[in-house]
Design a protein around this ligand. Structure first.
Ligand SMILES: Cc1cc2nc3c(=O)[nH]c(=O)nc-3n(C[C@H](O)[C@H](O)[C@H](O)COP(=O)(O)O)c2cc1C
Length: 331
């Protein structure tokens, strides 16, 4: 079973860190749906050190979310270590994760995110300094490499292990791939075979079968699910159940999906206020609607809604229309 720095997860299913998504509203839902570990969206080290209000708010962890991993990013050792110290002392996160995978130019040009992947020695120094400075376990989330000519996944993971890191999560793409192509799980397996700390595999896990296949074929200690869980926390629940029992629960009905979408919105409203939350929920609502029948109009309309009431009316009208349709009639 997945254990990181003495913290035992109840299953190997991990919600991936996702900026703009993995705040307490969605993380709590992922937890309700059984995820063994939830990861928070990345927070800037400088934002923390400058006590930027938005960054500090992002450090909030609800007791019910635990065990939780809080991710920081930055391009300089000193500020990353100082931010890790802050997180260590001032939050009730269980794990401090360092982002070494973000491919976005705005981040990599400051030597942060995936930029770290070009230099295993720098990774070693960085992780060792952080481990020395904090009590909580320190982990790293990385991509397999910068581009196909610079795939140092094994050396980088070994550097994390030597430095005292408690686990690595590996997304099977290079930085240059961004989100294109497919994740290379053979490299994730090479990492698993070359370190003794837990390795969490990540990339393209879209079904419970994919998760089981990853655990069994590549021997990883955990499976990290990102896009597969967007608007679809059932992906987490169905995976957990499939791993436990060999059976996959039914897909949710339209009403079940919209009920959870509304719960998500209400939690986001508690967190950010109605004005911001409803606008943020537009993308989530579109994700919740994905896979449901005849959503063309409603998916466009969510983008015009500004209040909870408007959004709720739109979504439940849609559900009622779908439910009123004769079963088995192709729409
Ligand atoms: C909207 C979005 C935001 C993301 N933000 C982060 C982040 O803050 N930190 C991070 O390490 N990875 C981030 N990622 C990458 C994911 O954690 C994950 O590695 C990637 O999506 C591949 O997994 P998947 O195929 O299951 O989606 C993000 C991905 C998406 C789609």
């Amino acid at each position: 079973m997945l254990e990181i720095g003495g913290i035992q997860m109840k299953n190997p299913v991990v919600l991936a860190p996702m900026a703009g998504v993995c705040n307490p509203a969605f993380r709590l839902i992922a937890k309700d749906f059984g995820a063994g570990l939830v990861c928070a969206e990345m927070v800037s080290d400088k934002g923390i050190l400058h006590e930027n209000e938005r960054s500090l708010k992002m450090l909030y962890v609800d007791e019910r979310e635990k065990p939780l991993s809080l991710q920081i990013f930055g391009g300089e050792r000193e500020s990353l270590v100082a931010a890790a110290k802050y997180v260590d002392k001032n939050t009730n996160a269980d794990i401090i994760d360092i982002n070494m995978g973000c491919p976005v130019p705005k981040i990599t040009k400051c030597d942060a995110g995936a930029r770290w992947l070009l230099d295993p020695d720098k990774i070693y120094e960085m992780v060792a300094a952080t481990v020395d400075a904090v009590q909580k376990p320190v982990t790293v989330k990385m991509r397999v490499g910068w581009d196909e000519d610079h795939i140092f996944a094994v050396q980088n993971a070994q550097a994390v292990e030597r430095a005292g890191g408690a686990a690595v999560a590996v997304h099977g793409r290079t930085r240059v791939q961004m989100y294109e192509g497919t994740a290379n799980w053979d490299i994730i397996k090479q990492v698993k075979d070359s370190v003794s700390i837990p390795v969490i595999g990540n990339g393209d896990i879209a079904t419970p079968h994919d998760a089981k296949h990853a655990l069994e074929t590549y021997g990883v200690d955990g499976v990290m699910i990102g896009r597969g869980a967007l608007g679809n926390p059932w992906m987490l629940y169905r995976t957990v159940k499939f791993l436990e029992t060999g059976e996959i629960p039914e897909e949710p009905t339209p009403r079940e999906k919209i009920d959870i979408c509304m719960l998500h919105m209400d939690r986001l409203i508690d967190l950010k206020g109605e004005n911001v939350a409803v606008r943020e929920m537009r993308k989530h609502a579109a994700w919740y609607l994905k896979g449901l029948p005849q959503t063309g109009t409603v998916r466009n309309e969510v983008n015009t809604k500004t209040t909870r009431d408007e959004m709720s009316k739109l979504l439940f009208n849609y559900v009622e229309e779908v439910e009123a349709r004769p079963v088995n009639k192709v729409s």
